[in-house]
Design a binder for this molecule. Structure first.
Ligand SMILES: Cc1ncc(COP(=O)(O)O)c(C=O)c1O
Length: 383
């Protein structure tokens, strides 16, 4: 496979050999910073960033160097041995999240699974409460707490009994949580739903309900975490203190990695959980380099979000750092197509919500260019 391969080349192989689980029509073959190139060499400003993953920019040189250097030393050794960079990465993740201990996974869904297992094994309780339009992954465990009926129902029955309550509704949450609830799992801002920010006090209210019932609070920061909203965790915009936090996406700049972090006294015991590849040397090297880069960018993320907000103000964007949603409705795909035509990649999340989750390294000039194109597209297609 060469970077010069055309979209037609990718499509022909995909049609012939790959299970058709996705709808896609474009190949991205190269990336640098906030820019990507398609199979025909056309350049785009990327406001999707591999769905909130490539926060340090595509192929960030610090991350690339860390992966290459580690690849020359040791690619894999398994968890039978101490793993290069694993302890340092755990220390860093614990420090930036304000939690106590970390455990690694290979993806967001696996981080969710780990969190659900930890909640069950430490509380001895069976049930979970999750929220409408919430997304936690597609493994059998994480799917059980993912709301989207079209994604979940064909695979039922799933192993975990879960009740879904309206996101933002504390009365409904209180009714659903009882003495056999192991945990409530909640996104601090719903990402796949289209960047839905809950009402003020909601997450603190969930904390209180969990405390009263003896349930744990799992905060899924797979999409919102690692600086996306201008803080290392989106829950830090509130006063709620989670028991378990899950991370993935932006944690290692696109190298597959997930993590769960838990408060003091909450941890797996020997033999309770594990995975051959999770927290391997390459992932941890990529994660550490990613955090180093993010430490330099984080102070500027909120300001960059405000720049988007000002530029798109007439569309009432929902903005928290560089996680931005705009209600567009059924014309969202047409807006996406118009932006693409003009060299800007955006994404339609659920329910006609335009979602922007650009690399956190995006420059002011790039933001201004993006705003101009999005404004033009919304003006042409929607207004
Ligand atoms: C909030 C949230 N949790 C979990 C996941 C699952 O992550 P992954 O696709 O890495 O399994 C996602 C993915 O979009 C997500 O947005």
């Amino acid at each position: 496979m060469k970077n010069s391969d055309t979209t037609a080349h990718y499509k022909a192989l995909d049609d012939a050999y790959y299970m058709p689980a996705f709808s896609r029509s474009m190949a991205i073959v190269r990336g640098k910073g906030s820019t990507v190139w398609d199979g025909e060499g056309k350049e785009y400003l990327d406001l999707v960033a591999g769905i909130a993953v490539c926060s340090t920019g595509h192929c960030n040189p610090t991350v690339v160097a860390a992966i290459c250097e580690q690849a020359h030393e040791l690619i894999h050794c398994s968890n039978l041995y101490y793993v290069p960079h694993q302890g340092e990465m755990a220390k860093k993740i614990v420090e930036i999240t304000g939690m106590k201990k970390a455990f690694f996974a290979n993806s967001g869904a696996e981080a969710s699974d780990g969190a659900l297992k930890l909640a069950r094994v430490r509380t001895g309780k069976k049930k979970f409460v999750a929220f409408t339009h919430g997304f936690h992954g597609r493994t059998i465990g994480s799917l059980a707490v993912t709301h989207k009926p079209a994604a979940r129902e064909p695979f039922e029955p799933l192993g975990l009994p879960a009740t879904f309550v309206e996101y933002g509704n504390l009365d409904a949450t209180k009714k659903a949580v009882d003495s056999d609830t192991a945990a409530v799992i909640v996104e601090p801002i719903q990402g796949e739903a289209g960047v839905i920010i809950p009402p003020e006090g909601f997450l603190e209210g969930v904390r209180e309900i969990c405390d009263k019932a003896g349930a744990l609070m799992i905060v899924d920061e797979v999409q919102t975490g690692m600086g996306r909203t201008g803080k290392w965790l989106a829950i830090r915009h509130t006063k709620a203190e989670p028991d378990i936090v899950t991370l993935a996406k932006g944690i290692a700049s696109g190298f597959p990695m997930g993590a769960l972090v838990a408060r003091d006294g909450l941890e797996f015991q020997k033999g309770e959980h594990g995975s051959t590849f999770a927290g391997g040397p390459l992932a941890c090297a990529a994660g550490l380099a990613t955090i180093r880069v993010l430490e330099g960018i984080l102070p500027d993320v909120a300001r960059k979000g405000e720049r988007f907000k000002k530029g798109l103000a007439k569309y009432n964007p929902r903005v928290r750092g560089l996680m931005i949603g705009i209600s567009v409705g059924e014309k969202c795909p047409a807006v996406q197509a118009e932006c693409l035509k003009n060299g800007v990649i955006v994404n339609c999340a659920a329910d006609g919500n335009l979602r922007l989750v650009p690399p956190l390294v995006i420059s002011d000039a790039e933001i201004d260019r993006a705003v101009k194109v999005i404004d033009g597209a919304l003006g042409k297609v929607v207004l």
